[in-house]
Ligand binder design. Structure first.
Ligand code: ZN
Length: 309
C-alpha cells in the first residue's frame, strides 16, 4: 500500500503523521512529535525536517509523498521562506523545501499550516465530505483556509484563505501583517486574555465556564469580531460548514454560541439554518495530517473530498 508523510513545523514541536488509504478511507497510521529546536536557526530546523523525512522513509519504504506544513508565508514557486513571524532566525529567503525533498527523493511540497489544518478537517474531520468549507484557527496568530468544490483554494498568489486578515474594525489595532483592524488582532489568544484579564486564553476560557463576568464579556466581544469576518465569508462563499479550530475554540460552546448568535443577526440574506459553525475535531495532529494529504496531492493520489467515506 501507499503511504504519505506529513511534518507540521511549529515553534515548539514538529508534529509527524503518516497516512494511508485503507478500504477507501484515509487513516492515520502513525503520530509522533519531536522538538523543533527552533533556537538552532533555519539550517538546523530544516536539517531536522530532512532527517525526520529520511527516518520515516526507512520505517515506511512505501512512502510515496511528503508534505511539510509551515507556520507562515513561503514562495510556492521555489520553496523559500518569505516570513515566519514566530520562529527565530534569518528565515527570509531560506530554502526549506529542497533539503527535505533531496533527503527522500519523493514528491515533496510545502503548505501553510492553517491551510493544512483546513485540508485535514475537510477530508477527515469536522467537514468530512462537505464541498465548500471555511476554517478559522485561533492561536498566537489566527490562521484560515478555504475549500471550494472539494479542493483547497490557494488563489492566484498561493496565499488565499487568510480570512482573519479581513479588516473588521476600521483604524483598529495594528496587525502583524501591517494593516489595522484585522480580525486576527481582535480575536487571537492575546486579545482574548487581555479582554478577560487573564494570563492566557486557556485561563480565560476556564473562567468563562465558571461564570466569570469579565471572561464571558471577553468571549462576547471576540465572538462579535469573528462573526463579522465570518459573515463576510458567508456572503462570498456560502460554505456548507465553517470550522473553528485552535485550543480555545475546542474548549466548548461559549465562543461558538456567541459567533452563531451574532451571525444569525448579520447574515440576513440567508436562513439561520444555512449557518453551520462547528468545532474542529482532529486536534493536535491536524496540521501534520493535512500536510500528509497535501503530500498525497503532490504525488498525484486520487484525493476526492466527496468520495472518501
Ligand atoms: Zn492582518
Amino acid at each position: 500500500m501507499t503511504k504519505y508523510l506529513g511534518l507540521d513545523l511549529g515553534g515548539t514541536n514538529i508534529k509527524v503523521a503518516v497516512i494511508e488509504k485503507i478500504d477507501n478511507k484515509w487513516q492515520v497510521i502513525k503520530k509522533d512529535d519531536q522538538a523543533t529546536e527552533a533556537e538552532g536557526g533555519p539550517a538546523h530546523v530544516v536539517s531536522r525536517l530532512a532527517k525526520l523525512a529520511k527516518d520515516n522513509l526507512a520505517e515506511f519504504p512505501d512512502l510515496a509523498g511528503v508534505g511539510v506544513a509551515v507556520p507562515g508565508v513561503f514562495n510556492a514557486k521555489d520553496g523559500t521562506i518569505v516570513l515566519f513571524p514566530n520562529l527565530p532566525g534569518p528565515w527570509k529567503g531560506f530554502q526549506a523545501l529542497a533539503p527535505v525533498a533531496d533527503a527522500v527523493k519523493l514528491p515533496t511540497a510545502l503548505i501553510n499550516d492553517a491551510r493544512a489544518f483546513t485540508l485535514a478537517e475537510a477530508i477527515m474531520g469536522a467537514a468530512h465530505g462537505k464541498k465548500t468549507v471555511a476554517c478559522y484557527v485561533i492561536g498566537t496568530g489566527v490562521g484560515g483556509g478555504i475549500v471550494i468544490d472539494g479542493k483547497i483554494h490557494m488563489g492566484s498568489t498561493g496565499g488565499a484563505g487568510e480570512i482573519a486578515h479581513q479588516i473588521v474594525k476600521v483604524d483598529g489595532p495594528l496587525c502583524g501583517c501591517g494593516s489595522r483592524g484585522c480580525a486576527e488582532t481582535l480575536t487571537n489568544s492575546a486579545a482574548i486574555a487581555k479582554l478577560a484579564g487573564t494570563k492566557t486564553s486557556e485561563e480565560a476560557y476556564k473562567k468563562a465556564v465558571a461564570g466569570d463576568a469579565q471572561a464571558l464579556a471577553a468571549f462576547k466581544e471576540v465572538g462579535y469580531w469573528i462573526s463579522i469576518a465570518l459573515t463576510n465569508v458567508m456572503v462570498v462563499l456560502a460554505p456548507d460548514t465553517i470550522i473553528i479550530g485552535g485550543g480555545v475554540a475546542q474548549s466548548g460552546d461559549i465562543l461558538l454560541n456567541e459567533i452563531r448568535k451574532e451571525m444569525a443577526k448579520q447574515s440576513n440574506i440567508y436562513p439561520e439554518s444555512a449557518i453551520n459553525i462547528v468545532p474542529a475535531t482532529l486536534g493536535f495532529y491536524a496540521g501534520a495530517i493535512g500536510a500528509a494529504l497535501n503530500g498525497a496531492i503532490t504525488a498525484g493520489a486520487q484525493l476526492s473530498l466527496m468520495s472518501t467515506t
